[in-house]
Ligand binder design. Structure first.
Ligand code: ITT
Length: 197
């Protein structure tokens, strides 16, 4: 079975392919193989955006599509940047600008608790879909550390760790991440669809 991973984010794409590579019978396609429509993330929640992305891309391409919406929820900021994590510092902001804005917003507080959340959705071209959610608790570091990962990884220290996600490296991040936990929830349905051809 061919399954399209519908994401424009290269860091996410690498992690999704790495996490799900061991499911037998699936040939993974990416937006490099199949042109995907751009989907405006107009939903108010991670779940509604993930469903919107997966269903729109599956309907447009004719391929079963896996999409994911994720974000960072910071307690001292009442859950921000949340669903707006990719564009926290503005529409054209890069990861470094988002990280700078987050550090500035937390400059005066020792309350550093936060969590990453991911909602993964598998949609079929006929409109059926399945969702799964995962999260990872942790805290926001005082300055960026590490060269791995993407996005807020240099600032995020998982609970029980001293290193940031960017210091852990891909192998270790993928054993514990919010994305790993969400994607694990879709494993049974992916495996069943692959078995049925
Ligand atoms: P697609 O919609 O095309 O998948 P995107 O980057 O716009 O790509 P989202 O709208 O889901 O994806 O935004 C997720 C943002 O949340 C992402 O750009 C990062 O800023 C942050 N984020 C999510 N997961 C992360 C992770 O594992 N490590 C670091 N930052 C993460």
């Amino acid at each position: 079975m061919r399954v399209l991973v519908g994401t424009t984010n290269p860091g996410k794409l690498r992690e999704i392919l790495h996490i799900l590579a061991d499911i037998p019978g699936i040939e993974w396609l990416t937006p490099r193989d199949i042109p995907c429509p751009e989907v405006a993330e107009t939903g108010a929640t991670l779940t509604s955006n993930a469903i919107l992305k997966a269903r729109t891309i599956a309907a447009a391409t004719g391929y079963p599509t896996l999409a994911e919406d994720s974000g960072l929820e910071v307690d001292a900021l009442d859950g921000a940047p949340g669903v707006h994590s990719a564009r926290y510092a503005g529409e054209l902001a890069d990861h470094a600008a988002n990280n700078r804005k987050l550090l500035a917003a937390l400059a005066d507080t020792s309350e550093r608790r936060a969590r990453f959340r991911a909602v993964a959705v598998l949609a079929l071209p006929d409109g059926r879909f399945w969702t799964a959610e995962g999260f990872l608790n942790g805290q926001i570091a005082r300055e960026p550390r590490g060269g791995g990962g993407f996005g807020y990884d240099p600032l995020f220290i998982p609970a029980g760790e001293t290193r940031t996600l960017a210091e852990l490296g891909l192998e270790e991040k993928d054993t514990l991440s919010h994305r790993r936990r969400a994607l694990d929830g879709l494993r049974p349905v992916l495996a069943a669809l692959a078995r049925s051809g």
